[in-house]
Structure formats: structure tokens, C-alpha cells
Design a binder for this molecule. Structure first.
Ligand code: VG1
Ligand code: CO
Length: 541
């Protein structure tokens, strides 16, 4: 039987990056099938099309891949290119879609969310440009999930995905490919691998924490095999279904082993980590943490030192909550700088139109138009290449950058798993007061303006409203508040804090201390602790 009757599930609305749910929710009979068929229906069917399929190796990924293959075959797809073992990092999947001119792809991941039988799972559809489906498509998928009455799935044996080979399922070709090679080859075209080999040959030391997630095989191939970094440079390098119990989110809280090593007496020269699906990065030097917004600014300022960008950047873009550090670089270099809502899907049009070649988010995401996703290992290689050319340590590069451009002190405070009603009521109340906040004074700070961010895409004119609240203070400090669109439990409030110091004095304060007045003013204006009863944030990054 190929056609299976079904009934809609509530809540299959894709969030910031695909549909994410608790694994047991995804494993309910027909839940995955409904979402995948709705996706196929929303993109006009997959008959005769070529798709890419892979994921971050988390629990349920291999079984989900088999279901999707059988559904693609029953829906008439011509070919599915699938990573061996159902593995593909998110940037590698994006590259595969583009390199093979596929019609689109499905990525099986909940990214930085933990994995396992009681953790999280996710599915994301990417379009033919290799990027996350734009909102018009995810809206169409969601609409379809509410009316779906049947799905198609062949009743055949699983495909063997354990070795690269071409197999047949029904009338469809299942092409199993090595997940790493094409991606590693792409990196060789962008970076000066000869100079990087020289760096490691001359004794430069690095620790890469892959957090038991998908970048392990990629990092070992690139750093240890192709670049000659010492064996053992990559730790937690084997992808595990539950990420070995790690929370594969590369920030100082969750990558604490790496943090401790880089801040310790035996620290290597350079440290980096990546998330579940390989699109995030954290950059550390000996004794120093680089905030993602600063990392983006440094990459922008130094991009032309890297062969793939020697001709100059077309422009840059950042998500609205990301600090304005990169704006200062763009202004100095005469580059256009765009501000988009949170989520990589908003950068796609700008890159496709040739308006920007570098994009980034405060949430440990950076990338360029080499693919249409953020790319953790790419960002790490950018840093290595910049270090190799400048011959400076991470700390020296940061000090030089702050001295030239000033410093945007920055921090994000997350309040996780709040009761949804409490979080929504708090922001609804803030919305009604926005117009009255101007001129308000708190903690010596005066509100210059306050609004709710609404984005009009300059390429296709599409409008995305309600993308976060901004309170700007006189002198360039600001706070942004929004609710997460990737959580799977209650509501997560994100509070983004920023304060600019031009220097030369005051460039090396502790960020939490430098931001203390803004934190206090935010509490006075919004009343987060008062309304949620939480003593403080769950995660500070
Ligand atoms: C978070 C980040 C956002 C990022 C998204 C997907 O979304 O804030 O910047 O694009 O995760 O990243 P939210 O809605 O929870 O704030 V990933 O690596 O999880 O695909
Ligand atoms: Co990710």
C-alpha cells in the first residue's frame, strides 16, 4: 500500500529553523510522515526531482531518513542524495544541494538542542539555493499540515546507507555519498591551506571540541588530515545519537570543558567548538573568549586576507539583535550593511541578489555566500587563516580591533522554559507601553526610542512583523527582547544587551560589569524578574 490515510497534528509550524519537537512527539505514528508530505505538497510535489538528505546523527535520524526515502520514492522523486549513515552537517547539506544542483533537501536535526530518546528532534526543508526555506514556503507547509488527509510511502525494505553506492528504491535512485569530501574540498578553494599547514607545522596548537556531534568527522579530516594539526586536536569527535549527554551548543556555559582548557595554564593557542548540526562556532584564544558579534566584526575587517575573499566583500548583514560592531567595520570599509530578523533564512535573498557576501548572528553563527547556511568550520578556518597571515594571537587581534573601532560590550541573557502565558503577557504589556518609553530615564540612561522590529526584505518586498522589541538609549546602548523560535518547552525569553565604548579608555572591562546599568534599567522597565519570579537568567552568553 502506498497511500496512507492520516489526520492533522496540532503545532506543526516551523520555527526560526525548521520544525523542532521533543523526540517522542516526532516518533508518534504519522507525525514525521505528515510533516514531510506537507512539505512535498507545499513545494508543488517532488515528482522527477532530486533531493539531498542527511542530518547530525542524533537519535531517530537514521530511522527518519528511511521513512523520508520511502516517501520520496512513493511521491515520484527521481533521486535522493543521502550522506553515508544519514549524516550531513547543515553547511555540507547546503553545499551538496548547490553543487549537485538538487531541487532542495531535508536536514534532520534540532541543531544546538540536545538529542536522545527524551531530548529533541527536528526537520528542516532547504530550497534549491541551498538555504532554509523562506517564510512564504514554511507558511505554506504549515497550512498544508492543517488539512492533510493522506501521505505516500512505499512499503519496501530499508536502503543500506552504510557505504557510498547507488541503490534503487522503487523507481528512485538512492545515492549514498561520503558526507565529508565535497565539503572539505570546498574549504580548500576558499582558504590558504598551504599557509595553515605551515602554521601547524611551526607548532601552533589548537583544540576543536565537536561536542560528540556532526563536525567530528569533518574537523578530523580538515584539521588533522589535510592541515596536519596534531592527532587529538579534535575532541568529542565521534557523533553519538545522544551527543554523549553533552548539550551541543558552543557557548561558555555548555562548552565548559573547552572554556576551562583555554583559560587554564596549559592552554593551546586557539580553541573552537561547534554545535549539533555544525552551523555554529565559538572562538577562543589562549585566555580569551571572543563574543560572536565581535567575531563577525573581526572577520569582516580582515576578510580580504583570506584567498576566497581577496577581491573584497560585496556587503555584510547581521540579524537585528546582533551587536553593531560589524556596522562600524562596514562603515569604515564603505560596505553596505543590512539588518535582518533572527534566523538564517532572511540572509538568503541578500546573498542570492549579490548584495552581501558575509552574514552573522550573535548566536554563534557566521557564514558567507559559499553556501546558504551559517557554517561553523568555515568561521573557524577564517580565524585560522587570519591568524596565519597576521602572525598575531587571538588576544592581540582583539585588542587591535577594539583600539581601532571601539568596543561593543555585548551579552545575551536567556530565561528558558518560562510559562508561555507569563512570557507572552510580559511582552504584550511592553508593546502597549512602547510609545510612552521615549524620554524615560533609568539608571542614568535615557530612552531615545523604542519599537517592535518589522523587516521589509529589500529584494522581494516581503514583510516580517513582530521580530523583537528594541529599546535604544541615548549614547548608543540598547536592549532587545524577543521570544525564541527554536525551543521545545514553554517559552524562552532572550534579552540582548549592548553598550558601546569608543576608547581608548575602558576597552577591557568585564562585559557583565560594563552592561550592569543596562541590565538594571531593563529590569526597571520590563520587570523580568518581578514577572517571572526567576532570580536571574538560565544561560548567559
Ligand atoms: C536561535 C538563534 C538564532 C539562530 C537559530 C537557529 O533562534 O537565536 O540566531 O538562527 O537559533 O540556529 P531562536 O529563535 O531560538 O532565538 V541553529 O544552529 O539552532 O539552526
Ligand atoms: Co545549528
Amino acid at each position: 500500500m502506498t497511500i496512507h490515510p492520516t489526520t492533522p497534528f496540532e503545532g506543526q509550524k516551523p520555527g526560526t529553523s525548521g520544525l523542532r519537537k521533543k523526540t517522542p512527539v516526532f516518533m508518534q505514528p504519522n507525525f514525521l510522515e505528515n510533516f514531510v508530505q506537507s512539505t512535498f505538497d507545499a513545494i508543488g510535489g517532488v515528482e522527477g526531482k532530486t533531493l539531498v538528505l542527511g542530518g547530525d546523527g542524533r537519535y531517530f535520524g537514521a530511522a527518519a531518513a528511511q521513512t523520508i526515502l520511502k516517501m520520496a520514492a512513493a511521491n515520484g522523486a527521481a533521486r535522493v542524495i543521502v550522506g553515508q549513515g544519514a549524516w550531513l552537517s547543515t553547511p555540507a547539506a547546503s553545499n551538496m544541494i548547490r553543487a549537485r544542483k538538487a531541487d532542495g533537501g531535508l536536514i534532520l536535526s534540532a541543531s544546538h538542542n540536545p538529542g536522545g530518546p527524551n531530548a529533541d528532534f527536528g526537520v528542516k526543508y532547504n530550497s534549491a539555493n541551498g538555504g532554509p526555506a523562506p517564510e512564504a514556503v514554511t507558511d505554506a507547509i504549515f497550512a498544508r499540515t492543517r488539512t492533510i488527509s493522506e501521505y505516500r510511502k512505499l512499503d519496501v525494505a530499508d536502503a543500506d546507507l552504510s557505504v557510498p553506492a547507488e541503490r534503487i528504491m522503487g523507481a528512485m535512485v538512492v545515492e549514498v555519498v561520503d558526507p565529508v569530501t565535497a565539503y572539505a574540498d570546498l574549504m580548500e578553494t576558499l582558504f590558504d591551506f598551504k599557509a595553515l599547514r605551515g602554521l601547524f607545522h611551526d607548532g601552533f596548537t589548537m583544540r576543536m571540541d565537536s561536542m560528540c556531534a556532526i563536525t567530528g568527522p569533518y574537523a578530523k579530516e580538515i584539521f588533522e588530515h589535510r592541515l596536519g594539526a596534531a592527532p587529538g586536536t579534535v575532541v568529542h569527535g565521534t557523533p553519538l545519537p545522544d551527543f554523549g549527554g553533552m548539550h551541543p551548543d558552543p557557548n561558555p556555559t555548555w562548552a565548559h570543558e573547552l572554556m576551562a582548557e583555554l583559560m587554564g595554564a596549559e592552554a593551546p593557542d586557539f580553541g573552537a567548538a561547534s554545535d549539533g548540526d555544525g552551523d555554529r562556532n565559538m572562538i577562543l584564544g589562549r585566555g580569551i573568549y571572543v563574543s560572536p558579534s565581535d567575531s563577525l566584526a573581526v572577520i569582516a575587517a580582515n576578510a580580504t586576507l583570506v584567498p576566497g575573499y581577496a577581491g573584497g566583500l560585496k556587503g555584510v548583514a547581521r540579524s537585528m539583535p546582533t551587536s553593531t560592531a560589524v556596522d562600524r567595520v562596514a562603515a569604515a570599509l564603505g560596505l553596505d550593511c543590512y539588518e535582518t530578523p533572527t534566523g538564517w533564512k532572511f540572509f538568503g535573498n541578500l546573498m542570492d541578489a549579490g548584495r552581501v557576501s558575509l552574514c552573522g548572528e550573535e548566536s554563534f553563527g557566521a557564514g558567507s555566500d559559499h553556501v546558504r547556511e551559517k557554517d561553523g568550520l568555515w568561521a573557524i578556518l577564517m580565524w585560522l587563516n587570519i591568524i596565519a597571515v597576521r602572525g598575531q594571537s587571538v588576544a592581540e587581534i582583539m585588542a587591535g580591533h577594539f583600539a581601532r573601532y571601539g568596543r561593543n560590550y555585548y551579552s545575551r541573557h536567556d530565561y528558558e522554559a518560562l510559562p508561555t502565558e507569563v512570557a507572552t503577557a510580559m511582552l504584550d504589556a511592553l508593546r502597549t507601553r512602547l510609545d510612552n518609553l521615549k524620554g524615560l530615564s533609568s539608571q542614568g540612561l535615557v530612552v531615545e526610542s523604542a519599537d517592535e522590529f518589522c523587516y521589509t526584505d529589500p529584494v522581494d518586498g516581503s514583510v516580517s512583523a513582530h521580530q523583537g522589541f528594541r529599546i535604544l538609549f541615548e549614547g548608543g546602548s540598547r536592549v532587545v527582547l524577543r521570544l525564541s523560535g527554536t525551543g521545545t518547552e514553554g517559552a524562552t525569553l532572550r534579552v540582548y544587551l549592548e553598550r558601546y565604548v569608543a576608547g581608548p579608555e575602558g576597552l577591557s572591562e568585564d562585559p557583565q560589569a560594563a552592561l550592569a546599568p543596562i541590565i538594571a534599567a531593563t529590569e526597571e522597565i520590563v520587570g523580568i524578574k518581578a514577572r517571572t519570579g526567576r532570580p536571574g537568567p538560565s544561560v548567559i552568553s
